[in-house]
Every structure is written in structure tokens, then in C-alpha cells.
Design a protein around this ligand. Structure first.
Ligand code: ATP
Length: 245
């Protein structure tokens, strides 16, 4: 298997006349927590939708978890987990019932045992009998992660995972993401606007501007390369400003 969990070659997406992604070539090594940054409309959700096989590119290729998104989409789906920005559940069912439904849908072996294992890992045991409609945003996000990892994916995609969370929720999510990476060995790909969180959570970043990848490096190298800037937020704004005419 390749050293890369994700690699794209000249990935392009057009929505009619709108060019959302412009020949994007990007590689994320196995074991990274990769944060994709970019202004509103930069193309972040489009990339995630293509890499998770929800959307077809106009041209170009991508390999995720060792499988080509064009020729082996089913294998890609078995290899990845995905937490969308607004995760959907059956709100009148309990957490346990929801997870059992999704576990059966994705053919998880011994689903009851696996659900217990996942909830234990996420520090979420004891909520199985609670109706999802009563969950806070933070609890829904944790339930969304439980659902996304039931089938033991090797690559996990998170779209704006901290959106709408309070500081405690953000801190708990950070702890979970780092544990998934360090204890279970998952490669994580996340879209985010919360730059302070990226410094604490991610090992590498990419910056997307109007469909073009304008920067990619490790967080440590990025912070070292811009000693005059106080924070990753300042570095991001500095790099983005360099793109403007
Ligand atoms: N279905 C669509 N039809 C037409 N244009 C679209 C469609 N989906 C996205 N776009 C456009 O493509 C560009 C990239 O959109 P995308 O949602 O990928 O950006 P984003 O970086 O995720 O933005 P945000 O941070 O606001 O979520 C934007 O200009 C958007 O308006």
C-alpha cells in the first residue's frame, strides 16, 4: 500500500461555468491529521464530496485509502468514514437504535459488540437509550463520529467538525480526533475555519484559494517558516493576501 492515504492528480470540478476546483494535486501521507483551510467558496466541501465519492470530478483522478475514486468507489466507501457538517439521525430513535441501523447498513460484523466498543472509546457509554432528538450539538457530533467509525475506516473525513460547538465541545472533539489518530491510527482530513484549533489538532495543513492549492506543509514547519507572524491565523491571512492582485 502507498505511503499516502489520499492523493489527487489534476482534480478539476466545474459546476456549469463555475470552476470550483482547478487541477488540484494534493497528497496526504498515512497517519496525518490534515487541516484544509480556505475562504468561503474556496472549494473545500467540493474536495471532500469528491474524495468521499459523493460527487464526480469533471476531470483528474484521486486515490483514497489505496483505491481509485473513479474505478473502485465501493472499496473507497468501505475504507473511509465521513462526518458531514450537519449530521442526520432519526431523532425519534435512541442513539443505540440509530447506530444499530447504520451498523447493519454497512454490514458491520457483530454490531452490538462493535457499538459498545465504539461508545466506550468515545467516552459515550450510558447514552444508548437516550432519544437522539434530545441530544445537544456536541453530543450529536460525538454520535456522528461513532457512526462514521463503526466499520473501522482507515481514513476519516470531517467537514467543519467544530461548527456550532461551545468551547467544552471543541476541546472534547479535539481530544477525540487526536485519540482516533494516535490510538487507532486513522488518517484524518478536516475542513475547518477555526485556526486556533488547527494549531492544537492538526499535523499538517493545506490552503485552498479559489479552487487552487496555494500552500501545503506541516504545522511545525509552517510556524517555523513565518517567525514574524504571531499565530497560524496571521500566517494564513499573510499567505492568502499574497494571492490577491
Ligand atoms: N451545486 C453547485 N452548483 C453551482 N455552484 C456550486 C455548487 N456547489 C458549490 N458551488 C460553488 O463552487 C464553489 C466552491 O464551493 P464549496 O462549497 O466547495 O466551497 P467551500 O470552500 O466549502 O465553502 P464554505 O467554506 O462556504 O463552505 C463556490 O463558488 C460555490 O458557490
Amino acid at each position: 500500500m502507498s505511503d499516502y492515504a489520499i492523493s489527487t492528480t489534476a482534480l478539476t470540478k466545474r459546476y456549469g461555468a463555475k470552476q470550483a476546483l482547478n487541477e488540484l494535486t494534493l497528497s496526504v501521507p498515512v497517519g496525518e491529521i490534515f487541516g484544509l483551510l480556505g475562504h468561503n467558496g474556496a472549494g473545500k466541501t467540493t474536495i471532500v464530496n469528491i474524495l468521499t465519492t459523493l460527487l464526480e470530478p469533471s476531470s483528474g483522478t484521486a486515490v483514497v485509502g489505496g483505491h481509485d475514486i473513479g474505478t473502485a468507489a465501493n472499496q473507497v466507501r468501505r475504507t473511509i468514514g465521513y462526518l458531514p457538517e450537519n449530521v442526520q439521525f432519526y431523532d425519534n430513535l435512541t442513539l443505540g437504535e440509530n447506530l444499530m441501523f447504520f451498523a447493519r447498513l454497512s454490514g458491520v460484523h457483530q454490531p452490538g459488540r462493535r457499538i459498545g466498543e465504539v461508545l466506550g472509546f468515545l467516552d459515550f457509554t450510558g447514552h444508548e437509550s437516550q432519544r437522539m432528538g434530545t441530544f445537544s450539538k456536541g453530543m450529536r457530533q460525538r454520535a456522528g463520529i461513532a457512526q462514521a467509525i463503526l466499520h473501522e475506516p482507515s481514513v476519516l473525513f470531517l467537514d467543519e467538525p467544530t461548527s456550532g460547538l461551545d468551547p467544552q465541545g471543541v476541546a472534547k472533539l479535539r481530544e477525540i480526533i487526536i485519540d482516533l489518530n494516535t490510538e487507532l491510527g486513522m488518517t484524518i482530513f478536516m475542513n475547518t475555519h477555526l485556526l486556533a484549533e488547527v494549531t492544537k489538532t492538526c499535523t499538517s495543513i493545506g490552503i485552498l484559494s479559489s479552487g487552487t492549492l496555494i500552500y501545503q506543509d506541516s504545522v511545525a514547519a509552517t510556524l517555523a517558516s513565518f517567525p514574524d507572524q504571531d499565530s497560524l491565523e496571521d500566517i494564513y491571512l499573510h499567505i492568502e493576501a499574497g494571492q490577491r492582485p
